[in-house]
Design a binder for this molecule. Structure first.
Ligand code: ACO
Length: 161
């Protein structure tokens, strides 16, 4: 299993990877509009982390970094149906935490789908947001139908060990 950071830098191979991730997100998150997913995945202020198995993208997470506020918002996170429950989702989140830690991010926020709350809990997210409201309010879009969850990133922890 490999993990690759992908951004819309205009290169063909980056765009192909982002479109592959978009397809997984729209299949796994059918309630989210396809146009909305494409827009955010291709948006240059978003970063994606692709999970690659035998040369094929089988999952990913797309997030937006708010550098001045030292937090990142996860927009989408999914693993393709045939590759779920093999621990890839956990490894993906650990990679994201380690990557964010190195980028000076101290918190992750996400609006979790109700059926994904259990997954995020297992990844160390909680419903109680400990960041001060003014630090995140206005930086992330309000999205009803999801539960806002937070995960603190500990600079002392090696998330890949
Ligand atoms: N509810 C409760 N527990 C779950 C769920 C769930 N929906 N999904 C996985 N878990 C558990 C697993 O049983 C496992 O527990 P264990 O460690 O005790 O064995 C643990 O969480 C991690 O499982 P993984 O195999 O690492 O996760 P997986 O590779 O299956 O990926 C994911 C999890 C990403 C949620 C996947 O199921 C998926 O793509 N679901 C559909 C899309 C989705 O709901 N994405 C999140 C939406 S919210 C957002 O994107 C902001």
């Amino acid at each position: 299993l490999r993990f690759v950071v992908v951004k819309n830098d205009g290169l063909d191979r980056s765009l192909i990877s982002l479109i592959d991730m978009k397809s997984i997100y729209s299949k796994q998150l059918p309630k989210m509009g396809k146009e909305y997913i494409v827009r955010l995945v291709l948006d240059r202020s978003h970063t994606s982390l692709a999970c690659v198995f035998e040369g094929e993208i089988v999952g990913g997470v797309t997030y937006r970094r708010h550098a001045t506020q030292a937090f990142a918002e996860i927009a989408f996170c999914a693993v393709s149906a045939t590759h779920q429950v093999r621990g890839y989702g956990t490894r993906l989140m650990n990679q994201l935490k380690e990557h964010c830690k190195r980028e000076g991010i101290h918190f992750l926020l996400t609006y979790a789908d109700n059926h994904a709350i259990g997954y995020f809990r297992k990844q160390g997210f909680q419903k109680q947001v400990t960041m001060k409201r003014e630090r995140w309010l206005g930086y992330i879009k309000d999205y009803d139908g999801g539960t806002l969850m937070e995960c603190a990133i500990d600079t002392q922890v090696d998330y890949l060990n």
